[in-house]
Ligand binder design. Structure first.
Ligand code: SF4
Length: 196
């Protein structure tokens, strides 16, 4: 008998993770930035409407505050990011990209295009099933404390699965969520308390 499908899924994850590492390293060499520096600038770019601080980045990337702080200093010295006072709370310094940082980021994200092209070859139903499975895997990785909390529907206090109609529902937005509307990084997220 062959290997179990679980084993094969794990092997497939390892290959995809390897592909990500390779693509990220290629980009790192091109831009003279480390992989974590690239991930941080990409995150800052995607979340430009939020207040980004060292603590927040440390939490998101599972790094110590000292490591993030050093990375931020380096990125500041390269004129990629800058710290400014938060207009909502002057005591907080938020991190934003400089105009040069924005240019770098759009270049850093170009490897996503290759992945987008690959995903175009996959049927929409297959993508929906894949997305649900990935969300569940991320959810259980968090439950096992392997990754920090993700701002996604499955672990959100507002999420409700309506089993009678097999549909996802957000109690905050008061709306049903189709699979492609389930969020993986929601600004309205509220962590659900789960008894151990
Ligand atoms: S608040 Fe956001 S994360 Fe929570 S259930 Fe609604 S859409 Fe999902």
């Amino acid at each position: 008998m062959g290997e179990s499908i679980d084993y094969k899924i794990i092997a497939a994850f390892e290959r995809i993770a390897q592909a990500f590492r390779v693509m990220l390293w290629e980009k790192s060499k091109e831009l003279a930035l480390s992989p974590i520096q690239i991930q941080i600038v990409k995150y800052i770019n995607y979340h430009s409407d939020e207040t980004i601080t060292v603590s927040k980045l440390a939490n998101i990337f599972d790094l110590s505050k000292a490591t993030v702080s050093d990375t931020i200093k380096l990125l500041q010295s390269k004129n990629i990011i800058q710290k400014i006072n938060d207009d909502k709370d002057n005591r907080i310094q938020k991190i934003i990209l400089t105009p040069y940082g924005e240019k770098i980021t759009s270049h850093a994200q170009s490897f996503h295009n290759e992945l987008m092209q690959i995903l175009e070859n996959i049927l929409i139903e297959e993508k929906s099933n894949l997305y649900i499975s990935l969300l569940k895997i991320i959810y259980y990785l968090n439950r096992k404390d392997i990754i920090t909390i993700q701002r996604m529907c499955f672990s959100c206090d507002f999420y409700n699965f309506k089993s009678e109609i097999n549909t996802h529902y957000c109690e905050l937005l008061k709306t049903y969520l189709k699979v492609d509307e389930l969020r993986i990084d929601c600004p309205d997220y509220k962590r659900k308390f789960v008894a151990e």
